[in-house]
Design a protein around this ligand. Sequence first.
Ligand code: HEM
Length: 233
Amino acid sequence: MIVPIGSAGEATRRTGTSGPHPARSVAVHGAGDQRRCEPDPSDAPGAAVTSQTPERRSAPAASRWRLPRSWRRATLVLHVISAGAWIGIDVIVAVLVLTGWFGAEVNVRSLAYRALAEFVVWPMLGSGLACLATGVVLGVGTAWGLVRYWWVAVKLALNLALCILIVVLLVPGMDAVGAYGEHLLTGTPSSTQVERLFFPPAVSLSVLTFATVLAVCKPWGRLRRSTARREDR
Ligand code: HEM
Protein backbone atom coordinates (compact mmCIF):
# COMPACT_ATOMS: atom_id res chain seq x y z
CA MET A 1 0.00 0.00 0.00
CA ILE A 2 1.28 3.49 -0.73
CA VAL A 3 0.68 6.20 1.82
CA PRO A 4 1.42 9.69 0.49
CA ILE A 5 3.10 12.03 2.93
CA GLY A 6 1.90 15.55 2.34
CA SER A 7 1.54 17.47 -0.89
CA ALA A 8 4.12 18.07 -3.60
CA GLY A 9 4.68 21.54 -2.21
CA GLU A 10 5.27 20.08 1.21
CA ALA A 11 7.73 17.66 -0.31
CA THR A 12 9.59 20.56 -1.80
CA ARG A 13 9.74 22.27 1.59
CA ARG A 14 10.91 19.07 3.24
CA THR A 15 13.68 18.28 0.81
CA GLY A 16 14.61 21.79 -0.17
CA THR A 17 14.37 20.78 -3.81
CA SER A 18 11.98 19.74 -6.49
CA GLY A 19 12.14 18.05 -9.86
CA PRO A 20 13.74 14.66 -10.50
CA HIS A 21 15.76 13.75 -7.44
CA PRO A 22 16.16 10.68 -5.31
CA ALA A 23 14.82 12.77 -2.47
CA ARG A 24 11.67 13.54 -4.31
CA SER A 25 9.84 10.31 -3.50
CA VAL A 26 7.33 11.27 -0.90
CA ALA A 27 5.50 7.96 -0.92
CA VAL A 28 6.22 5.41 1.75
CA HIS A 29 5.49 1.85 0.88
CA GLY A 30 4.30 -0.80 3.21
CA ALA A 31 6.84 -3.01 4.94
CA GLY A 32 8.81 -4.96 2.38
CA ASP A 33 7.22 -2.94 -0.40
CA GLN A 34 9.94 -0.33 -0.80
CA ARG A 35 10.42 0.21 -4.54
CA ARG A 36 13.89 -0.95 -5.42
CA CYS A 37 14.27 1.70 -8.10
CA GLU A 38 14.01 4.58 -5.67
CA PRO A 39 16.16 5.40 -2.70
CA ASP A 40 14.58 5.68 0.68
CA PRO A 41 13.04 9.17 0.96
CA SER A 42 14.62 9.54 4.36
CA ASP A 43 18.04 9.42 2.71
CA ALA A 44 17.41 12.87 1.39
CA PRO A 45 19.45 15.61 2.92
CA GLY A 46 17.12 17.77 4.88
CA ALA A 47 14.30 15.21 4.71
CA ALA A 48 11.97 15.37 7.67
CA VAL A 49 12.10 12.67 10.32
CA THR A 50 8.78 10.97 9.90
CA SER A 51 6.98 8.35 11.87
CA GLN A 52 8.30 5.88 9.30
CA THR A 53 11.88 6.82 10.12
CA PRO A 54 11.94 7.27 13.88
CA GLU A 55 15.55 6.34 14.38
CA ARG A 56 16.93 8.60 11.72
CA ARG A 57 17.98 12.18 12.07
CA SER A 58 18.41 14.09 8.86
CA ALA A 59 21.68 15.92 8.26
CA PRO A 60 21.43 19.68 8.43
CA ALA A 61 20.95 20.85 4.84
CA ALA A 62 23.93 23.20 5.04
CA SER A 63 26.37 20.51 6.19
CA ARG A 64 26.23 18.42 3.02
CA TRP A 65 27.07 19.68 -0.41
CA ARG A 66 24.48 19.02 -3.06
CA LEU A 67 24.34 20.14 -6.69
CA PRO A 68 21.87 22.99 -7.15
CA ARG A 69 18.90 21.87 -9.20
CA SER A 70 19.86 23.64 -12.43
CA TRP A 71 23.46 22.38 -12.21
CA ARG A 72 22.22 18.90 -11.55
CA ARG A 73 20.05 19.00 -14.63
CA ALA A 74 22.86 20.43 -16.77
CA THR A 75 25.25 17.75 -15.50
CA LEU A 76 22.68 15.03 -16.16
CA VAL A 77 22.22 16.33 -19.72
CA LEU A 78 26.00 16.21 -20.27
CA HIS A 79 26.12 12.75 -18.69
CA VAL A 80 23.44 11.35 -20.99
CA ILE A 81 24.97 13.06 -24.05
CA SER A 82 28.44 11.68 -23.27
CA ALA A 83 27.03 8.18 -22.69
CA GLY A 84 25.10 8.43 -25.97
CA ALA A 85 28.18 9.71 -27.82
CA TRP A 86 30.23 6.84 -26.41
CA ILE A 87 27.69 4.30 -27.63
CA GLY A 88 27.54 6.03 -31.03
CA ILE A 89 31.32 5.95 -31.39
CA ASP A 90 31.27 2.24 -30.52
CA VAL A 91 28.76 1.70 -33.32
CA ILE A 92 31.08 3.55 -35.71
CA VAL A 93 33.97 1.34 -34.57
CA ALA A 94 31.86 -1.76 -35.21
CA VAL A 95 30.95 -0.55 -38.70
CA LEU A 96 34.61 0.24 -39.53
CA VAL A 97 35.83 -3.11 -38.19
CA LEU A 98 33.19 -5.00 -40.17
CA THR A 99 33.94 -2.96 -43.30
CA GLY A 100 37.69 -3.50 -42.91
CA TRP A 101 37.26 -7.24 -42.55
CA PHE A 102 34.39 -8.04 -44.92
CA GLY A 103 34.60 -5.13 -47.40
CA ALA A 104 34.59 -6.15 -51.06
CA GLU A 105 37.05 -3.50 -52.30
CA VAL A 106 40.56 -3.25 -50.97
CA ASN A 107 40.47 0.55 -51.15
CA VAL A 108 37.46 0.67 -48.88
CA ARG A 109 38.95 -1.87 -46.47
CA SER A 110 42.18 0.10 -46.28
CA LEU A 111 40.29 3.32 -45.67
CA ALA A 112 38.24 1.71 -42.88
CA TYR A 113 41.34 0.59 -40.97
CA ARG A 114 43.11 3.91 -41.44
CA ALA A 115 40.04 5.82 -40.27
CA LEU A 116 39.84 3.54 -37.26
CA ALA A 117 43.45 4.22 -36.39
CA GLU A 118 43.26 7.93 -37.06
CA PHE A 119 39.94 9.25 -35.83
CA VAL A 120 38.08 6.98 -33.50
CA VAL A 121 39.98 6.02 -30.37
CA TRP A 122 40.57 9.43 -28.82
CA PRO A 123 36.95 10.59 -29.18
CA MET A 124 35.96 7.25 -27.65
CA LEU A 125 38.26 7.79 -24.67
CA GLY A 126 37.09 11.42 -24.42
CA SER A 127 33.42 10.46 -24.25
CA GLY A 128 34.21 7.69 -21.76
CA LEU A 129 36.05 10.11 -19.49
CA ALA A 130 33.31 12.73 -19.87
CA CYS A 131 30.72 10.11 -18.90
CA LEU A 132 32.87 9.12 -15.92
CA ALA A 133 33.44 12.72 -14.78
CA THR A 134 29.80 13.78 -15.08
CA GLY A 135 28.69 10.52 -13.44
CA VAL A 136 31.03 11.13 -10.50
CA VAL A 137 29.72 14.70 -10.13
CA LEU A 138 26.13 13.40 -10.18
CA GLY A 139 26.98 10.72 -7.64
CA VAL A 140 28.80 13.03 -5.26
CA GLY A 141 26.38 15.91 -5.76
CA THR A 142 23.14 14.00 -5.19
CA ALA A 143 21.72 11.64 -2.60
CA TRP A 144 22.64 8.71 -4.88
CA GLY A 145 26.24 8.84 -3.69
CA LEU A 146 29.15 7.11 -5.41
CA VAL A 147 29.18 3.79 -3.55
CA ARG A 148 25.87 4.03 -1.77
CA TYR A 149 23.70 2.23 -4.30
CA TRP A 150 24.70 -0.85 -6.23
CA TRP A 151 23.60 0.50 -9.60
CA VAL A 152 25.85 3.56 -9.27
CA ALA A 153 28.83 1.61 -7.88
CA VAL A 154 28.60 -1.00 -10.65
CA LYS A 155 28.39 1.71 -13.31
CA LEU A 156 31.44 3.38 -11.78
CA ALA A 157 33.41 0.11 -11.92
CA LEU A 158 32.30 -0.62 -15.50
CA ASN A 159 33.09 2.89 -16.69
CA LEU A 160 36.56 2.79 -15.10
CA ALA A 161 37.24 -0.68 -16.52
CA LEU A 162 36.28 0.35 -20.05
CA CYS A 163 38.43 3.51 -19.93
CA ILE A 164 41.40 1.48 -18.67
CA LEU A 165 40.90 -1.10 -21.43
CA ILE A 166 40.85 1.66 -24.05
CA VAL A 167 44.15 3.09 -22.76
CA VAL A 168 45.90 -0.22 -22.11
CA LEU A 169 44.70 -2.40 -24.99
CA LEU A 170 43.23 -0.25 -27.76
CA VAL A 171 45.38 2.87 -28.02
CA PRO A 172 48.77 1.10 -28.22
CA GLY A 173 47.60 -1.09 -31.13
CA MET A 174 46.27 1.69 -33.33
CA ASP A 175 49.52 2.45 -35.18
CA ALA A 176 49.70 -1.18 -36.28
CA VAL A 177 46.08 -1.05 -37.44
CA GLY A 178 46.80 2.08 -39.51
CA ALA A 179 49.93 0.45 -40.98
CA TYR A 180 47.88 -2.64 -41.83
CA GLY A 181 45.40 -0.43 -43.67
CA GLU A 182 48.22 1.13 -45.72
CA HIS A 183 49.86 -2.22 -46.46
CA LEU A 184 46.55 -3.56 -47.73
CA LEU A 185 47.01 -1.28 -50.77
CA THR A 186 50.45 -2.69 -51.57
CA GLY A 187 50.13 -6.37 -50.72
CA THR A 188 48.50 -8.86 -48.36
CA PRO A 189 49.79 -8.14 -44.85
CA SER A 190 49.31 -10.54 -41.95
CA SER A 191 45.88 -10.00 -40.41
CA THR A 192 46.93 -10.74 -36.80
CA GLN A 193 46.92 -7.00 -36.01
CA VAL A 194 43.27 -6.61 -36.87
CA GLU A 195 41.50 -9.88 -36.17
CA ARG A 196 41.15 -9.03 -32.47
CA LEU A 197 39.42 -5.75 -33.33
CA PHE A 198 36.02 -7.45 -33.19
CA PHE A 199 36.19 -7.65 -29.40
CA PRO A 200 36.36 -3.97 -28.37
CA PRO A 201 33.07 -2.83 -29.94
CA ALA A 202 31.30 -6.05 -28.94
CA VAL A 203 32.42 -5.84 -25.29
CA SER A 204 31.97 -2.08 -25.02
CA LEU A 205 28.49 -2.04 -26.59
CA SER A 206 27.35 -4.87 -24.31
CA VAL A 207 28.70 -3.17 -21.19
CA LEU A 208 27.28 0.24 -22.13
CA THR A 209 23.88 -1.29 -22.86
CA PHE A 210 23.97 -2.95 -19.44
CA ALA A 211 25.02 0.35 -17.81
CA THR A 212 22.10 2.11 -19.51
CA VAL A 213 19.69 -0.53 -18.20
CA LEU A 214 21.17 -0.03 -14.71
CA ALA A 215 20.75 3.74 -15.02
CA VAL A 216 17.12 3.44 -16.02
CA CYS A 217 16.01 0.59 -13.71
CA LYS A 218 18.25 1.44 -10.73
CA PRO A 219 18.09 -2.11 -9.32
CA TRP A 220 19.48 -3.84 -6.22
CA GLY A 221 19.15 -1.10 -3.60
CA ARG A 222 21.91 -0.04 -1.23
CA LEU A 223 25.37 -1.51 -0.75
CA ARG A 224 25.19 -1.38 3.03
CA ARG A 225 22.41 -0.08 5.17
CA SER A 226 24.80 0.81 7.98
CA THR A 227 26.78 3.06 5.62
CA ALA A 228 23.63 4.87 4.66
CA ARG A 229 22.74 5.41 8.31
CA ARG A 230 26.18 6.80 9.08
CA GLU A 231 25.86 9.17 6.13
CA ASP A 232 22.49 10.33 7.32
CA ARG A 233 23.86 11.50 10.66
C1 HEM B 1 29.10 3.34 -17.87
C2 HEM B 1 28.55 4.29 -18.55
C3 HEM B 1 27.31 5.02 -18.10
C4 HEM B 1 26.14 5.09 -18.75
C5 HEM B 1 25.82 4.45 -20.11
C6 HEM B 1 25.25 5.89 -17.95
C7 HEM B 1 23.96 6.22 -18.30
C8 HEM B 1 23.12 6.99 -17.55
C9 HEM B 1 21.81 7.41 -17.93
C10 HEM B 1 21.14 7.08 -19.28
C11 HEM B 1 21.28 8.12 -16.92
C12 HEM B 1 19.89 8.80 -16.84
C13 HEM B 1 18.96 7.87 -16.10
C14 HEM B 1 17.70 8.54 -15.64
O1 HEM B 1 17.66 9.78 -15.50
O2 HEM B 1 16.72 7.80 -15.41
C15 HEM B 1 22.24 8.14 -15.85
C16 HEM B 1 22.04 8.74 -14.63
C17 HEM B 1 22.95 8.69 -13.59
N1 HEM B 1 24.24 8.21 -13.66
FE1 HEM B 1 25.11 7.28 -15.24
N2 HEM B 1 25.91 6.28 -16.80
C18 HEM B 1 27.18 5.77 -16.86
C19 HEM B 1 28.18 5.96 -15.93
C20 HEM B 1 28.00 6.51 -14.68
C21 HEM B 1 28.99 6.61 -13.64
C22 HEM B 1 30.44 6.17 -13.79
C23 HEM B 1 28.39 7.18 -12.56
C24 HEM B 1 28.95 7.53 -11.18
C25 HEM B 1 30.04 7.12 -10.69
C26 HEM B 1 27.02 7.45 -12.90
C27 HEM B 1 26.09 8.01 -12.06
C28 HEM B 1 24.81 8.35 -12.42
C29 HEM B 1 23.86 8.97 -11.51
C30 HEM B 1 24.09 9.30 -10.04
C31 HEM B 1 22.70 9.17 -12.25
C32 HEM B 1 21.37 9.76 -11.73
C33 HEM B 1 21.45 11.25 -11.83
C34 HEM B 1 20.19 11.91 -11.33
O3 HEM B 1 19.13 11.28 -11.31
O4 HEM B 1 20.31 13.07 -11.00
N3 HEM B 1 26.82 7.03 -14.20
N4 HEM B 1 23.36 7.46 -16.26
